[in-house]
Design a protein. Structure first.
Length: 116
């Protein structure tokens, strides 16, 4: 059964950093774009960013950076200078037809809480 597994979430103080991992199981992540999303309580899910299957070694979006290593079947979301408003469940997803297409696989999410 193909799926994605996120890990690395937890409780962090404001200003801290976390690195989330997204591991593909049952399929090869190579060839898929990988998107990171988040959903805070009471809010709609929003896209953080996406890294293409080819051509992107890393994608930087402000305080966050997405990277990937196809040999490890893994993508990461590096989050720096975290703020309380970054508190959410973070999900990764894989899209065969690219960042603008529908996502084929989703993980169950990992909780990130930013609080002092």
């Amino acid at each position: 059964q193909s799926h994605l597994v996120e890990s690395g979430g937890g409780l962090v103080q404001p200003g801290g950093s976390l690195r989330l991992s997204c591991v593909a199981s049952g399929f090869t992540l190579n060839g898929y774009a990988v998107g990171w999303f988040r959903q805070a309580p009471g809010k709609e899910r929003e896209e953080v960013s996406c890294i293409r299957s080819v051509g992107d070694s890393a994608v930087n979006v402000g305080r966050f950076t997405i990277s990937r290593d196809n040999a490890k079947n893994t993508a990461w979301l590096q989050m720096n200078s975290l703020k309380p408003e970054d508190t959410a469940t973070y999900y990764c997803a894989a899209a065969y037809f690219g960042c603008q297409a529908g996502y084929d696989y989703w993980g169950l999410g990992t909780q990130v809480t930013v609080s002092s």
